[in-house]
Design a binder for this molecule. Structure first.
Ligand code: ADP
Ligand code: MG
Length: 384
């Protein structure tokens, strides 16, 4: 789960990592008032779940409260297309109005999960700021990586190694150490998957200062953090994926036109592969899971039916723990509600397959039966 910059900064502050004074603004008048509090000159920042805002025009230095208001009017409701949003961009609904900082030098600093190392890793660079992607691509040697064991914790010598590699001056070693320790504490206590500060800057006064922050939580651990779950901003998420999450479904929208309903992540991946190899393109990844109820299946099927990109649906179920009759009931329930206007190819195998087929036969739905997964894929691709 992602959160906004202003929320990440609040969270960091609660762990002793402060950042410049700033206020959330949801309309231009609020932005004006925030700018007045900040003395006129300030930075107006679009709050969207994406980086690269600066380059896309989403971070604006203004010289007066009036200018803050004008910039806010333009930004609010506009769509920002950044390197990370994809071509459809993200609509700006909120702004963060914050003090303008005199920047001497920008660093990149993050703490994230290192899958290969089975631990965490500090990633840092003395070439921080908006060009960090280019640095990683063209000068990977400029990116410092320091593994951190979650058994041992983050050690002073590891922090010192990063500080030295960044070339931090001696007087900043202590505050940098404190910052890293606090970041680690936050990461562990809140089950983060990423804490990223880019840029971390040295100001004209020679102090460390957090100018941008991103915190991402491990979705699988959200049940342990109801307070963090409150920070979720559904407006930032794909509406179909939000709908799917209500039913606890593993659903990811894709660009193709064959809607897939499958049980088991492995079978779902194989289904996407086989559709591709037959020359088609899946509209989604969907794993309804093992112990799904008919209601959950119906919810899943409704999501597929309501997707206007979907020109055919391929149901591919191998009943193990999941029973085929439950799937069939869910399909019929959703079909009754919304109607099926696209070809529906069904392959049922395994537990209660015959019962499932019987339910579908009796439903009066126009179903194209497939004997196996390859046939189901071929038939689906042929129909679109
Ligand atoms: P993004 O990473 O989405 O582009 P940032 O918050 O990092 O957004 O802002 C982009 C750049 O704008 C930063 O690298 C920094 O140079 C500048 N910037 C951001 N906030 C401030 C601020 N409060 N004062 C001065 N400059 C800022
Ligand atoms: Mg940034």
């Amino acid at each position: 789960m992602k959160i906004h910059e202003y929320q990440a900064k609040q969270l960091l502050a609660s762990y002793g990592i402060g950042s410049p004074e700033g206020y959330l603004a949801e309309n231009a008048q609020e932005a004006y008032e925030a700018a007045v509090k900040l003395g006129g000159t300030c930075v107006v920042k679009a709050q969207i779940h994406s980086g690269g805002r600066g380059k896309a025009g989403g971070v604006k230095l203004v010289k007066s409260a009036q200018e803050a208001k004008e910039v806010s009017e333009k930004l609010l409701g506009s769509t920002l297309v950044t390197k990370q949003t994809g071509p459809e961009g993200k609509v700006v609904n909120k702004l963060f109005v914050t003090a303008a900082v005199d920047v001497e030098k920008e660093f990149y600093l993050s703490l994230t999960v290192d899958n290969d190392g089975a631990g965490l890793v500090i990633i840092a660079s003395a070439d921080g700021g908006t060009e960090i992607e280019e640095v990683a691509e063209k000068n990977p040697e400029r990116i410092i990586k320091q593994p951190v064991s979650v058994m041992m914790g983050m050690k002073d010598y590891q922090i010192r190694a990063v500080a030295d590699a960044l070339g931090l001056p001696n007087e900043l070693l202590k505050p940098f150490n404190a910052m890293m320790k606090n970041m680690y504490k936050l990461f562990m206590e809140k089950d983060c998957s990423l804490i990223e500060i880019n840029p971390l800057v040295i100001t004209g006064e020679g102090e460390l200062c957090v100018l941008d922050a991103k915190v991402t939580f491990d979705d699988n651990a959200m049940f342990r953090h109801p307070d963090m779950a409150l920070l979720r901003d559904i407006a930032e998420e794909n509406p179909k994926e939000v709908e799917a999450s209500k039913y606890d479904l593993n659903y990811i929208q894709l660009e193709g036109n064959i809607g897939c309903m499958v049980n088991g992540a492995g079978l779902a991946m194989a289904t996407m592969d086989i559709i591709q190899s037959c020359g088609g393109r899946p509209a989604n990844f969907l794993d309804v899971g093992g112990g799904a109820t008919a209601e959950k299946v119906a919810g899943a099927f409704e999501i597929l039916l309501s997707d206007s990109n979907v020109k055919a649906i391929m149901v591919n179920i191998f009943g193990g723990i999941m029973k085929c009759d439950i799937i069939a009931e869910g399909i019929v329930e959703a079909a009754k509600k919304l109607g099926v206007k696209v070809p529906l190819v069904v392959r049922l195998e395994g537990t209660n397959a015959n019962l499932g087929k019987e339910i579908l036969d009796k439903s009066g739905l126009d179903i194209i039966s497939a004997g196996d997964i390859a046939e189901a894929a071929r038939l689906s691709v042929a129909r679109v």
